[in-house]
Every structure is written in structure tokens, then in C-alpha cells.
Design a protein around this ligand. Structure first.
Ligand SMILES: Cc1cc2nc3c(=O)[nH]c(=O)nc-3n(C[C@H](O)[C@H](O)[C@H](O)COP(=O)(O)OP(=O)(O)OC[C@H]3O[C@@H](n4cnc5c(N)ncnc54)[C@H](O)[C@@H]3O)c2cc1C
Length: 456
């Protein structure tokens, strides 16, 4: 069999969008039609919406890391590494492997699905002292960190230290921040039973956002219900407020308040992966500007989707872009696979249209709000919909079983307050977890490829 003549499809990123695309290509293309390659730094697809439950110890990290190798039908070649640059002219993707080797991967079709990274601002101390909630390592780190604050506060004789270790700040009132604050507050609240020396009155969670509302997509009534639930549980919500500066032992809010704390969790939005900037192509707020067919205008072999692409939201119209959600990423993954196949076979490409199905917000325990198909739900029914939705969206039966078992165990046995210590002593800044400084500039990509060409 001559492998050289088959078209090469390169998919970058094994998230919601990338994995959905690869699986559909495997199903719909015969092995003789094209070679499919996937570049991914990790050997799993991360189910991000359940990260706050890993951070709060309800789920083990492995349960939301869905294996890419569960079936013999999965025939895609996987390159373990991250793409650090793409040269559209020579159709080459530059990859840094997990052993730090730089390799050039030529392609005929490229599907860019590297997702997003945490959006930060030029706030003094922010990138040095804040934790994100975007990777499995971050969630596991935050879990250890929060439990260690309980342990250290419990052991400390110094009232100031105790107070600062027991205050926690989460910035970002979207679903990621709200769920993170809610799930972790539940954990620290439950700690009172296991740490008899701790004064429950000292444990305090702050959830702040510069916007005037939490999760505006929920609408007026449901949004107020969510706020009410959180306030009842003792989470102090401050709206119209952000961070003025962050230090190792205190955070200053823009309204002048200084909060003694060792825990700042930053979830104030996302921006496209830095990989997108290496293309030197047009972007919209950092996301790669694509046509409704999910392809780069003027370049037949380049497709992009998910959080890293600005995809016109045709269902909404009015020039709207699809929001960065798993719901869109997954559907765009299937759609892009169909369009790549159509390109390959000389067929017409179809525009992507999807009407939002709603939102589910798990606030831990029996607290939740959901809006499936516009129906507003609260409490247990909302929680059943939220967990049912996430459970059914997990790709493999093994992952489903792990998650369900963890949920049942946590409901029956409660939290165990175990710190694993796996990441103790490691650098824990946003860029360490999200590898944001690993990328090349467009000029470096060009120079690298020209250099490789001369050597070859
Ligand atoms: C805490 C949290 C809660 C959320 N809750 C919800 C929710 O309830 N509902 C909802 O719809 N959405 C939710 N989202 C958003 C949703 O997870 C994202 O919109 C979705 O994951 C985007 O899919 P994606 O495939 O574009 O990116 P991702 O799923 O992030 O996948 C990107 C993949 O690319 C890999 N990658 C990154 N850079 C490179 C590179 N250079 N080379 C190769 N691979 C790379 C990453 O490791 C990752 O595997 C949540 C997000 C977070 C963080």
C-alpha cells in the first residue's frame, strides 16, 4: 500500500471538537481514502464541565480524563505533543513532542481545534498568584491547595494566619467560576465536621465579577435563583468588582477592599489558544475568523472550530459568533469532519447551524439551576438534568461508570479531605499549567521551516 499518495488530514487538539471530528473521520472515511493524524499533548479528552467537581474532590481526576484508546476501531495516528506553529504557505505544522523534540508535520488538510486558555489582564501580581480552572492539573492542584489551607489553618496558633487561610476568592461569574466557587465552598463547609478546631465563622468564599450579573445567559429569574442559593450558603457575591492587585497573602479588590487570602482562583473568561496567532491570519478577538463552513476563507485545506475559532452563529444571526461552549465545539467537530470529507471527495461544503439547547449549572449537592430548551428548573430536577446531561455526554462507558460511582460514593460517604501532594513544590502559575509560552511567532515558524528545508 502506498501511504505517500493518500491525503493527510491533521487534527490539532483532542478536546470536544477535535475528538468528535476524528471519530467521525474514522467512521466515514475508508482507511484507503486518507491518513488521519491527531496532535495532542495528553492521552485523553478532558471533560472540562466537570473540572470543578475534581477540584472539590467529588470526582477523581481520572474519571473525567476520557481515554483516546478505548477501541480497536480507533485507527488515527496520535502524535504526543503540542503544535507550536503552523505555516499555511508550506502546509506544515511545527510540533513540540512531549520529549521536547521539534518535528515538522506536513498536511493536506488541517483541522485546528486547540481550544482556549485562561484570559488574563495586566493586573499586578495576577499571573504569579492566581490559579486557573482549565486543565486537569490545575483542578488537582487547587484541590490539594484548598485542603492544605484547611490543614494549615487547623494547625496554626496565629489568628491572622488562620483567617487568611480560610478566605477564598474566585473571580469570574460565568458557569466555570460559579460552579468552582459553589463546589469548593461545599467542600470547605463540610470540613467543619472533620476539623473540630476550625471556627466555621472564619471560612469565607468571595465570588466577584466585573459584570452586573452572574451568568447572564440564565436570564433574570434563574440568575437570581442561582445568586440566592449561593448567598444562602454564605458565599459573598460582589458584582461590578474586579481585582486591583494580587499578592501571596492578600488580594485587593477594585472597590478598595483588601482580603487576606492565599487562594485566588481566576476564571474570568477565555481567549483562543496562542497557536492561532502563529498563523498570521485574520482573527476576531483572538479567535481565528472562519466562514460558516468552518474553513479559513481563501485557503481550501484549513478548518478551525471550537473555542479557538470565531464561527458565525447563523441560528442567532445579526453577526453573532458562537459562544465558546462544549455544546458548539462537539457539534462543530462532527460538522467539520463532514466538510473535510466533502472537500476530499469534491462535494459541496455545508454551513454550520445550531440552536443553543440551554445551560446546566451544578452548584453541588442538590443545588443546581438548569435551562434545557428554555425550561427553567431549580433544585433536584435541575440537578437531575445537569448530571444526566453531563453523564450522557461522556464518551465512553468506562468514564460514565467512573463518574457515576464517584457521585454515589460522595453522596454516601462524603468528602475525604485527602491531599495527594503529587504537585507539591512544582511551579503553579497559569503559564506553567497552560504552557502559554511554548509557541513560536509567525516569523519563527517561517524561519524554522525554511531552515529545515535547507537541511533536508
Ligand atoms: C470549568 C469549566 C466549565 C465548563 N462548563 C461548561 C458547560 O457546563 N457547558 C458547556 O457547553 N461548556 C462548558 N465549558 C466550556 C467548554 O468546556 C469549552 O467550550 C470546550 O471544551 C471547547 O471545546 P474545544 O474542543 O474547542 O476545546 P477543549 O475541549 O479545551 O480542547 C482543546 C484540546 O486541545 C489541546 N491543545 C491545546 N493546545 C494545543 C496545541 N498547541 N497542540 C495540540 N493540542 C493542543 C488541549 O490539551 C485540549 O485537549 C466549561 C469550561 C470550563 C473551563
Amino acid at each position: 500500500m502506498n501511504t505517500v499518495t493518500r491525503p493527510r488530514i491533521l487534527v490539532v487538539g483532542a478536546g470536544f471538537a477535535g475528538v468528535e471530528c476524528v471519530r467521525r473521520l474514522e467512521r466515514k472515511l475508508s482507511p484507503d481514502e486518507a491518513d488521519v493524524t491527531l496532535v495532542t499533548p495528553f492521552a485523553y479528552q478532558l471533560y472540562l464541565p466537570l473540572l470543578p467537581q475534581v477540584a472539590s474532590g467529588v470526582l477523581t481526576p481520572q474519571s473525567i480524563a476520557v481515554s483516546l484508546r478505548r477501541s480497536k476501531k480507533y485507527r488515527t495516528r496520535i502524535i504526543p505533543g503540542g503544535a507550536i506553529g503552523v505555516d499555511l504557505k508550506s502546509k506544515v505544522c511545527v510540533i513540540r513532542t512531549i520529549t521536547d523534540q521539534i518535528v515538522n508535520e506536513p498536511y493536506d488538510y488541517i483541522v485546528l481545534a486547540p481550544g482556549s486558555i485562561t484570559r488574563t489582564f495586566d493586573i499586578p501580581g495576577l499571573t504569579d498568584h492566581a490559579f486557573g480552572m482549565k486543565t486537569l492539573a490545575e483542578a488537582a492542584y487547587v484541590r490539594d491547595h484548598v485542603i492544605s489551607q484547611l490543614d494549615l489553618a487547623d494547625a496554626s496558633q496565629d489568628p491572622d494566619e488562620r483567617a487568611s487561610r480560610l478566605q477564598f476568592v474566585v473571580v469570574g461569574g460565568g458557569y466555570a467560576g460559579t460552579e468552582t466557587a459553589a463546589c469548593l465552598q461545599r467542600l470547605t463547609h463540610a470540613a467543619v465536621k472533620r476539623y473540630p478546631r476550625l471556627d466555621p465563622g472564619l471560612i469565607k468564599w468571595h465570588l466577584i465579577d466585573i459584570a452586573p450579573k452572574l451568568m447572564p445567559e440564565l436570564g433574570e429569574k434563574l440568575g437570581s435563583s442561582a445568586q440566592e442559593i449561593l448567598r444562602r450558603r454564605g458565599i459573598e457575591i460582589s458584582l461590578g468588582v474586579s481585582i486591583a492587585k494580587a499578592g501571596p497573602e492578600e488580594v485587593t479588590f477594585t472597590d478598595g477592599r483588601v482580603i487576606p487570602t492565599r487562594t485566588l482562583i481566576w476564571t474570568a473568561g477565555v481567549v483562543a489558544s496562542p497557536l492561532i496567532a502563529t498563523l498570521g491570519a485574520e482573527t476576531v478577538k483572538g479567535r481565528l475568523a472562519v466562514a460558516p463552513e468552518l474553513k479559513l476563507p481563501g485557503d481550501d485545506g484549513v478548518f478551525a472550530l471550537g473555542d479557538s475559532a470565531a464561527v458565525p452563529d447563523l441560528a442567532k444571526g445579526d453577526g453573532a459568533m458562537c459562544p465558546p461552549t462544549a455544546q458548539h465545539a462537539q457539534r462543530q467537530g462532527r460538522h467539520v469532519a463532514d466538510n473535510v470529507i466533502a472537500s476530499l471527495r469534491g462535494g459541496p461544503l455545508k454551513p454550520y447551524v445550531h440552536k443553543d439547547l440551554g445551560l446546566v449549572v451544578d452548584l453541588g449537592g442538590t443545588d443546581a439551576v438548569s435551562k434545557p430548551l428554555g425550561i427553567e428548573l431549580r433544585g433536584l430536577p435541575a440537578q437531575a438534568v445537569a448530571r444526566g446531561y453531563h453523564w450522557s455526554a461522556l464518551r465512553t462507558n468506562v468514564a460514565k461508570t467512573r463518574v457515576m460511582t464517584n457521585w454515589l460514593l460522595n453522596a454516601v460517604a462524603g468528602d475525604d479531605f485527602v491531599r495527594t501532594g503529587f504537585q507539591t513544590g512544582k511551579a503553579a502559575r497559569l503559564k506553567d499549567f497552560e504552557y502559554t509560552d511554548a509557541y513560536l511567532t509567525p516569523e519563527q515558524v517561517r524561519a524554522h521551516i525554511e531552515g529545515a528545508g535547507r537541511q533536508g
